[in-house]
Design a binder for this molecule. Sequence first.
Ligand code: NAG
Ligand code: NAG
Ligand code: NAG
Ligand code: NAG
Ligand code: NAG
Length: 362
Amino acid sequence: MTAGTVWCHFVLLLLLSIASLWAAEISCRNEDGETVDWFLLYKLPKHTEGESAGLGLEYMYMDSLTHAWQLSKYLVNMTQGALGQTLKQLYETYEPKNNSIAYAIYNDEIPHSKSSNWKKGHTKGFLLLDKSQGFWGIHSVPLFPPFLEDGYAYPPSGKPYGQAAICITFKYDQFTEIDQQLLSYNPSIYNCSIPNIFQADLPNLQKLCAGSELPSVTQRHLSKLQSAHGETFLHFAKSHLFVDDIYVAWIAQELKTDLLVESWQHSGHRLPSNCSLQYHVYNINLIGTPLNSTFYSINDHSKWCVSRIYEDQWTCIGDLNRAAEQAWRSGGFICTQNKYIYKAFRHLVIRYESCHDSPTWI
Ligand SMILES: *[C@@H]1O[C@H](CO)[C@@H](O)[C@H](O)[C@H]1NC(C)=O
Ligand SMILES: *[C@@H]1O[C@H](CO)[C@@H](O)[C@H](O)[C@H]1NC(C)=O
Ligand SMILES: *[C@@H]1O[C@H](CO)[C@@H](O)[C@H](O)[C@H]1NC(C)=O
Ligand SMILES: *[C@@H]1O[C@H](CO)[C@@H](O)[C@H](O)[C@H]1NC(C)=O
Ligand SMILES: *[C@H]1O[C@@H](CO)[C@H](O)[C@@H](O)[C@@H]1NC(C)=O
């Protein structure tokens, strides 16, 4: 070998080792398996107007690099998609005995289980981290994600209706804040490992994971979080002690913005649009996708809201529905003023209910 080729090999090895270090970082991942600061996914309902019935597995995807909804080339049950690529770090890379990694998956509807505990949060999510960084996912899919030993899969019950998910990459220090928020959530964690090296920083997660007694909670707690790349998120966590409609009584008034809300409208006592307080909350009833298909909110299980007024630019994704019984449940929302996220969600709204029951077209 000439000195030149040796040098080339050296540079190549150096690049490869940098690339593998980068790849080893626990992070949300896009549909090419690359690390991203955040991604959003909107699984479409099986039945949409203007198109023949799909499989109930097609989804729209956007992230911190692509900036707008695109129809994914994958189905949500495939490991090649962003959810699969991200959770692969749990199902394929994670070693159950690895004491330097913490994870927890939670859902009010637990896989292989028929019972649901009303005292626990109405909340669904997953997190995986080491002492450097990790990700937090918030979503609406029942019975998801599967237990570690079962590997990645998407449940049939998640097919008929629309579902949403957000994944955000955070540096380690933010997880102490998330740990506090999760105490208010009181999530139903069904598979987890929080090794002792995390005890000082994640005391609540460790207790939730072990099923041991929890410290007392406040009614609600607002927290400012920053993603790994510096995007600001506001996080609203309500405990079961804050007995009210989280949208009207808290989020809209706190953000000082009228909200258009998409949420599950089947169960219990559906709440009508509400203009009683200074900032109003309206129920969305028709969604139009950039693919020109439309669907009624009655076919959607996702839970999100956007500012009615474009200048305000708020988007929130989370756990709770506009139903009377949900006032007693714990859970929360993650909110952002990212202009691309706002545009992506706000443009989906075709029609919402005014406070006098005649629909408003937009
Ligand atoms: C995903 O679902 C489709 C439609 O049901 C099925 O044909 C395919 O085999 C599934 N893929 C995986 C990886 O489960
Ligand atoms: C455990 O996780 C750490 C941090 O991500 C990693 O560097 C290490 O290689 C893992 N060890 C094993 C045995 O998987
Ligand atoms: C609107 O919501 C607030 C807060 O939950 C509640 O006090 C009020 O009664 C609601 N108004 C109507 C008309 O339902
Ligand atoms: C949707 O409809 C608009 C207006 O009719 C058109 O400009 C656009 O190309 C259509 N998009 C798709 C994906 O069909
Ligand atoms: C899920 O977590 C793994 C590792 O943390 C355990 O080995 C499994 O036993 C656990 N599964 C159940 C059903 O609790």
